[in-house]
Design a protein around this ligand. Structure first.
Ligand SMILES: Cc1cc2nc3c(=O)[nH]c(=O)nc-3n(C[C@H](O)[C@H](O)[C@H](O)COP(=O)(O)OP(=O)(O)OC[C@H]3O[C@@H](n4cnc5c(N)ncnc54)[C@H](O)[C@@H]3O)c2cc1C
Length: 160
């Protein structure tokens, strides 16, 4: 991020950082630089798991290991595909094409990636991204209470 002048830094879209030119990367780089300028020890930037959405109608959203990566390594990953169309949250929105793919690590059975296609995919992918990044197991999710009806409440059924 440092420019050819040591006191000048490039962040966000103008930085040749090799990451997508998106707002969440720009914000993360800003936080990293702010921390680094006051930290006694500076570590190389390490980006969190990617989470993206196409804000079309319906929306398309993705987090973590992709379906393409999982298809290329079938010994390591299992792809679980679910239709969401018959769930109440999607019926009331007439979202009869809503669907989801979860990528599961075969070794430890943890979900490591997700792709969602629905009118509210941007909401669901953020909930899924938190569970993936926090390595939340099915058992831990059963102990949570969430406001009903919202797309996040479907996590109880999705995370199986
Ligand atoms: C149409 C569009 C849709 C997008 N949608 C999304 C999205 O849905 N999600 C997402 O994550 N990202 C999206 N992005 C990308 C996102 O906007 C950028 O990655 C993000 O804004 C980069 O932040 P930044 O601070 O690097 O640059 P900017 O947000 O572009 O900020 C740069 C600022 O510098 C100012 N400036 C420029 N030159 C000068 C100058 N000489 N002197 C003073 N000020 C100057 C500009 O006016 C601007 O305010 C979208 C981008 C576009 C163009």
């Amino acid at each position: 991020m440092r420019a050819n002048q040591p006191s000048i830094y490039a962040l966000g879209d103008c930085a040749a950082a090799g990451v997508p030119k998106l707002a969440n990367y720009a914000i993360y780089q800003g936080k990293y630089l702010g921390d680094s300028l006051v930290a006694p020890v500076v570590f190389p930037i390490k980006y969190p798991m990617p989470v993206t959405a196409v804000f079309s109608l319906p929306r398309l959203a993705q987090a973590g290991v992709t379906v393409m990566q999982a298809q290329a390594e079938p010994d390591q990953y299992q792809i679980r595909e679910k239709s969401l169309a018959h769930w109440l949250n999607y019926q009331r929105q007439h979202d009869d094409q809503a669907r989801l793919k979860l990528i599961v690590n075969r070794q430890n059975q943890l979900v490591v990636g997700a792709e969602v296609y629905s009118t509210t995919a941007d909401e669901l992918i953020n909930a899924l991204a938190i569970l993936i990044q926090q390595r939340v197991s099915v058992t831990r999710l059963h102990d949570l209470f969430l406001a009903y009806p919202s797309v996040a409440t479907d996590l109880y059924g999705i995370w199986v």
